[in-house]
Design a protein around this ligand. Structure first.
Ligand code: SF4
Length: 345
């Protein structure tokens, strides 16, 4: 691709990244078999939080509910570079989101550029609204973003606003159209556009229209994801979850909704990835939304020291030995039904 068209995302991992992935696989196999936290490589995937700020108020999101206890802030490009450049080889995948809306951070396109240049694939999940702003859509295409996950539940303003409280469906449509137009203008196929549609009771009847709209707008595919609840009370689940068990990840047991998964699942994630919050704080996974299980600070100590440090190893050892935090009860690791393909809808 000519330089003025921007960066092209890496299609396949480098040999060094492949070797590191093999080491990560050996780590969780060893952890499972030997019941010890053995870490043989650096992370294959890193999740980095651009910001905790968001313009919406989604009811099952701690940020949207105003319940996140951490301060609001953003990852600066400088801090990102310090952290990212300390990890070699570069992770195969950067997931550029956590709590908050990534595009609230105005340096997000530059962060994508830096990671893509290092050879990582960069994926970003957004509520889309802000993509209609200025030349943002074209900047993320030029930056080399590999995949853009469009978090959009519903095809009418009414259904959309039931969960995406405070959003504007027209801005969403315009944002998607601008990314599609930028891809066409630059003659590229990235980012892959993935419409992530959460399966709520109130969104089911709009599934056929979502499939039609995706084709009309030029979105590459639609995935239907079972919804996660923050509040697992009977009443909350009955309000939001579809009646069809095939379209949800929980079963009602007594007065609580309980995840449907094997008790024998193993957490591979803590041997292959980590989450860096906006201020450099490292937590084991994205389910630690409030930062209760901090294992270090990558901006202060360097990521490699945190990755193999005592606090992270203790967390892994505790997990293997069955001392698991409550957040593991509502996590997607080992989950049988993360995505669903609604039949007859
Ligand atoms: S919530 Fe628990 S099981 Fe899930 S990824 Fe985090 S540490 Fe692993």
């Amino acid at each position: 691709m000519p330089a003025e068209e921007g960066i092209k995302p890496r299609a396949v991992p480098s040999p060094a990244q492949m070797i590191n992935a093999a080491r990560a696989a050996a780590s969780f196999t060893a952890g499972r078999l030997l019941k010890r936290p053995i870490v043989l490589g650096s992370p294959v995937m890193l999740m980095v939080e651009p910001t905790t700020a968001c313009q919406l108020r989604c009811p099952h999101c701690p940020t949207g509910r105003g319940e996140l206890s951490r301060p609001t802030g953003r990852m600066t490009l400088e801090r990102f570079k310090t952290i990212w450049d300390s990890i070699r080889p570069a992770p195969i995948l950067l997931q550029l989101w956590n709590q908050g809306e990534p595009f609230v951070n105005r340096e997000t396109p530059e962060i994508i550029t830096h990671a893509a240049r290092s050879g990582a694939q960069v994926k970003l999940s957004t509520n889309v609204e802000l993509l209609a702003r200025g030349d943002l859509a074209e900047r993320i295409v030029r930056a080399g973003l590999a995949e853009l996950i469009l978090s959009l539940d519903g095809t009418s303003a009414e259904a959309y606003n039931t969960y995406r409280v405070g959003g504007d469906f027209d801005h969403v449509r315009e944002g998607i159209e601008r990314v599609v137009a930028a891809r066409q203008k630059l003659g590229v196929r990235h980012p892959l556009l993935t419409w992530q549609f959460l399966l709520f009771k109130h969104t089911l009847e709009e599934i056929p229209e979502a499939r039609r709209l995706a084709r009309q707008w030029g979105v590459d595919h639609v995935v239907f994801k079972t919804a996660q609840l923050e509040d697992l009370s009977r009443e909350e689940g009955e309000t939001w979850l579809p009646d069809d068990p095939a379209l949800r990840r929980y079963d009602l047991k007594g007065d609580r909704w309980v995840l449907r998964r094997s008790d024998r699942y193993f957490c591979n994630r803590i041997f292959a990835s980590a989450v860096v919050q906006w201020d450099g704080t490292v937590v084991p996974c994205c389910f630690d939304k409030d930062g209760r299980y901090v294992v270090g600070n990558a901006a202060d100590d360097g990521f490699p020291a945190v990755w193999t440090g005592e606090a992270f190893q203790r967390f892994r050892r505790d997990w293997i030995e069955g001392r698991r935090p409550e957040m593991c009860d509502n996590c997607t690791e080992g989950l049988a039904r993360l995505y669903s393909s609604p039949k007859g809808l």
